[in-house]
Each structure stands twice: as structure tokens, then as C-alpha cells.
Design a protein around this ligand. Structure first.
Ligand code: UDP
Length: 252
């Protein structure tokens, strides 16, 4: 059975198993989406049932972050494999290049997706890029994308590029809701994934924490130093999340 952390189901798969499943998705007739829950996702899901449902209906939910590893230990005495969203995105690009599948990068600030494409092309010269464009700032009102943003133009642009894979960088919650609402309008897409700040990392707009800090689960500390405005989000991802996990353990 899948381990559940505060109502959110997680897949405990090795990297090979994840890539095998993705390869199968790319060759199937159906559409699929992957989510990468981290502690912030789980805190957000506590107050948003629609988001919880979207996470639990995903074809794969890859735990992103040390927080989930600790929570699985505390709640289920289980050792789970974690994989950062950006690392999974790079693995998907590598697989796409090997299997001749095309990718579309949608979201992030102006010009960032295109810069990320350039970096990916350097890394994987065979990679087929169907397209890339910024999503602008998307506002949600009652879980509906603000129509002023002209989402249908975004969809038309992506649809005409016929991608096999779409990677969506609109920030957590928004990107997952966007995928579920819009995937059926993009019939060529076999796999969609919300990738958070991955385009910012790949384009080098935002530096990533050094590997040893990532292994220790201290990526949030670097984010706090580089982006002090994120303090509330970091507080949610660390203290609030751990408090909820301990409360669940004590009341179970
Ligand atoms: N973003 C966007 N539109 C929005 C909100 C966010 O394009 O309405 C982009 C933002 O520019 C960034 C990415 O979404 O490239 C992820 O944002 P965030 O910093 O929240 O990333 P996370 O913490 O999820 O990695």
C-alpha cells in the first residue's frame, strides 16, 4: 500500500521504476500526470480538498524533499526514496531525447523557459523541443484560472506544437490545477508534470544549493538566504509541516 502523509499518497519507487513507468506512459494511448509533493504541497493540501484530490489522482506522486522522508519514518516507520522535481525533470528530458519524444516548457518568468531550453539543448543535443513560453502571472479565484490571462491563447499555442510531454512551471497548486483543467485540451500530450522553480534552476536564474546541503535536506536554508521574502513559505515547509506530522503521530 502507498504511504499516506497527512492525507496525501506518495509512491515509494526507485529511480529506475519511475523511469520505466514514464516510458510506458509515453508509449500509451492515455494521458498521465506526475506530481512531486513536498512539505509545502502537503500543508497547502490540508486546506484545499481539490488540491488533495488532484495529488491523489496523479499517476505518480514522487516525494520531493527531506521533510517527506522524515515524515514517512515518523508516521509509517518506512524508508522512502525522494527525488527533487528538477532532477526528475532532467531525467525526463534525457529519456525524451533517447526515445525521440518532444517536450514543451510552459511557465516561469519572461524568457526563462527559453533560456532553460538552451541549457537543455546543450546537455541533450538530440532533445526535441516542441516549444517554450512564459505563463505570465496566473490568478486563481475560487480555483478558476482568471480568464483575463487568456488561457485559451496559451492552450492554442501549446496544442499547435503537438508536444508529447509538457512541463509546467507555475508554482505549486496553480500548476497542478492548470494541468488537470487543461490536459484534456492538449490531445498530443502523454505526460504532464508541474515543475515549480525548475526552469529557474536549469536556466541558472536561481542558483541551486550545493549538493551536500541538498543531501542533508537543507536546501531551504539557502533559499532563505537568497530569497528572504520566502520566509513564510519556508516556515510552512519546515515548522508547520513537522508540527502537523507530530500531531498526527500523537493522535493516531
Ligand atoms: N510562476 C508563474 N506564474 C505564476 C506563479 C509562478 O509563471 O502565476 C512561476 C515562477 O516564475 C517560477 C515558478 O512558477 O518560475 C515556480 O515558482 P516558485 O518560486 O513558487 O517555485 P517552487 O517553490 O514551487 O519551486
Amino acid at each position: 500500500m502507498k504511504p499516506t502523509i497527512l492525507g496525501v499518497q506518495i509512491d515509494n519507487l526507485s529511480r529506475t521504476e519511475v523511469l520505466r513507468k514514464i516510458e510506458h506512459f509515453l508509449n500509451s494511448e492515455e494521458q498521465h500526470y506526475i506530481v512531486t509533493p513536498n512539505p509545502e504541497f502537503i500543508v497547502a493540501a490540508q486546506k484545499d480538498q481539490e488540491f488533495t484530490k488532484i495529488l491523489n489522482k496523479a499517476d505518480i506522486a514522487i516525494p520531493d524533499g527531506m521533510g517527506l522522508k522524515i515524515a514517512a519514518r515518523i508516521l509509517h516507520k518506512q524508508k522512502i526514496n525522494r527525488l527533487a522535481g528538477v532532477d526528475l525533470m532532467i531525467k525526463i528530458c534525457k529519456l525524451a531525447a533517447q526515445k525521440n519524444k518532444s517536450i514543451y516548457l510552459f511557465g516561469a518568468g519572461e524568457g526563462v523557459a527559453k533560456k532553460a531550453v538552451n541549457k537543455l539543448k546543450q546537455k541533450f543535443p538530440e532533445l526535441k523541443i516542441a516549444g517554450a513560453h512564459s505563463g505570465g502571472i496566473i490568478n486563481y479565484q475560487l480555483s478558476i484560472i482568471n480568464p483575463k490571462l487568456n488561457n485559451s491563447q496559451n492552450i492554442a499555442k501549446i496544442k499547435s506544437a503537438n508536444p508529447d510531454i509538457i512541463l509546467v512551471a507555475l508554482g505549486q497548486v496553480k500548476q497542478e490545477k492548470w494541468i488537470v483543467q487543461n490536459l484534456p485540451k492538449l490531445p498530443s500530450v502523454r505526460l504532464a508534470m508541474g515543475v515549480g522553480g525548475s526552469f529557474d534552476y536549469i536556466s541558472k536564474k536561481t542558483p541551486r544549493a550545493p549538493k551536500f546541503l541538498r543531501i542533508l535536506g537543507l536546501e531551504w536554508l539557502v533559499r532563505l538566504i537568497l530569497q528572504p521574502k520566502r520566509i513564510k513559505r519556508i516556515w510552512n515547509a519546515t515548522a508547520v509541516f513537522m508540527w502537523l506530522v507530530l500531531k498526527e503521530k500523537l493522535t493516531k
